[in-house]
Unconditional design. Sequence first.
Length: 40
Amino acid sequence: MKPIAISPTYNERKNINELIARVLSSYDGIDILIVDDNSP
């Protein structure tokens, strides 16, 4: 089973790239699911 990181977000445009980079560098073979709460 492949691990997945789920991250709920709202107005995180400035931080999302860093979040993704940190998660991918911390865990080998992980998928990331970003759930946006209808940011403008």
